[in-house]
Design a protein around this ligand. Structure first.
Ligand code: 5GP
Length: 189
């Protein structure tokens, strides 16, 4: 079966990473995580090259000019983008490529990867905005102003969830992880 692009999207704080960690890298899925480039500062514990490629605004803008992104977007005052060569090379090698990106980027990918057989999309949805705010506050990685901006963005992202092939409402991480495994088992068979 031809390799696929796995597009996963969901508001900040929806629990995306907790859901996919330790699942997507299972050998049976033959999938590789696409490390994005960002101008956001690294959080404690994040590693350059593992979590993101942390770059300056100037470096990011140079990469845009050189058309090195499959998609890129501005998210809460920072740039985020998917390096094109990595994705294309791995798909050519018949590896499935996993992208975890925000909605603007996801919409660009859906438009450009119009051959639906080569991709599928999953939206991780928080059970409610109240719950989402609680999670973002508990994380202590952003201040109130940034949390407010992320909540506003989340409302817009949730309004687009119907555009996705699958929606997982993340009430219970265990159940959500099971749902993700079922989707991957079906799509990557
Ligand atoms: P965070 O700053 O919390 O790591 O990420 C903020 C948002 O940017 C998340 O929704 C994350 O999925 C998204 N994101 C991460 N990498 C990319 C990327 O390469 N492109 C786009 N468009 N969004 C990304």
């Amino acid at each position: 079966m031809a390799a696929k692009l796995i597009l996963l999207c969901g508001p900040s704080g929806s629990g995306k990473k907790t859901i996919w960690s330790g699942i997507i890298n299972r050998p049976k899925y033959n999938a590789i995580f696409s490390v994005s480039m960002t101008t956001r500062k690294a959080r404690k514990g994040e590693k350059h090259g593992d979590d993101y490629f942390f770059v300056t605004k100037k470096q990011f803008e140079t990469a845009i000019k050189k058309k090195q992104f499959l998609e890129h977007a501005t998210y809460i005052d920072n740039y985020y983008g998917t390096p094109k060569a990595f994705v294309i090379d791995n798909l050519k090698k018949n590896k499935n490529v996993f992208l975890e990106i925000e909605m603007n980027g996801a919409l660009q990918i859906m438009k450009n990867f119009s051959n639906k057989k080569k991709m599928f999309s999953i939206f991780i949805c928080p059970p409610s905005i109240t719950e989402l705010r609680k999670r973002l506050m508990k994380r202590h990685t952003e201040n109130k102003e940034v949390i407010d901006k992320r909540i506003k963005q989340a409302k817009w992202e949730i309004s687009k969830k119907k555009m996705f092939d699958y929606v997982i409402i993340n009430k219970d991480v265990k159940v959500s992880r099971k749902q993700l495994r079922e989707i991957l088992d079906k799509e990557l068979d």
